[in-house]
Design a protein around this ligand. Structure first.
Ligand code: SAM
Length: 212
């Protein structure tokens, strides 16, 4: 099976079969070349149903988690989206297919540099990768119509709620170090948020002022 076939099989068996149905998300997952975001010695596993190591003790998330959390943002293509935890850059590329602009923050400089190179080489012009503590958000470009956190937080960082646009959604794994639940916070008014709890998951730590 070649990589394009592996990708289509990943979408059908791991993502669609588990209930992700947004056609734009399925198309983006079928398009973004996940193998470009993993190391040479991980190529055979690039389309497997699991996270993979990317160095510095960090991981590229399981394809299903990427698709499911992306679907929860409910993007239609007009949004400015903030991602916390660039890692390999894969999730940022998926978001770049679905939103107008993506700002992605990574705390580890070497990962950010590698992700930037990959994203540039693949021709994405609507992604900015920044090295910073993402638990503070990125107030310069707020408000965001979507915020996606791809590391596990002990509590929801207050700056992220504050930087959400009215109608925007914050998708974030929250819980203990070993296991979290994906929470979806929709800002319904200046001081009002609607909260839903979704899938159980296990992410690496969100480290920072409002993290671990
Ligand atoms: N989205 C990534 C991808 O597509 O490869 C996977 C992210 S990995 C599971 C979590 C990432 O969050 C790690 O690269 C880690 O360094 C980063 N991280 C943890 N705390 C952070 C913080 N406060 N600000 C920015 N990045 C952070």
């Amino acid at each position: 099976m070649n990589r394009a076939e592996s990708r289509l099989q990943m979408v059908a068996r791991q993502i669609k079969a588990r209930g992700v149905s947004d056609h734009r998300v399925l198309a983006a997952m079928g398009k973004v070349q996940r193998h470009e975001f993993v190391a040479d010695n991980q190529q055979a596993s690039a389309y497997g149903d699991h996270p993979l190591p990317i160095g510095e003790g960090q991981t590229i998330s399981q394809p299903y988690m990427v698709a499911s959390m992306t679907e929860s943002l409910g993007l239609d293509g007009c949004e400015r989206v903030l991602e916390i935890g660039t890692g390999s850059g894969y999730q940022a590329a998926v978001l770049a297919e679905l939103a107008r602009e993506v700002i992605s923050i990574e705390r580890i400089e070497s990962l950010a540099a590698r992700a930037r190179t990959r994203i540039d080489n693949l021709g994405y012009k609507n992604v900015t990768v920044i090295v910073a503590d993402g638990t503070l958000g990125w107030p310069d470009q707020a408000p965001y119509q979507g915020i996606l956190v791809t590391a596990g937080a002990p509590l929801v960082p207050k700056p992220l709620l504050e930087q959400l646009d009215i109608g925007g959604k914050l998708v974030i794994p929250v819980g203990k170090r070993q296991t979290q639940l994906v929470e979806i916070h929709t800002r319904t008014g200046p001081e009002d948020y609607d909260t839903r709890h979704e899938t159980a998951c296990r992410f690496v730590d969100l480290i920072g002022k409002y993290g671990w």
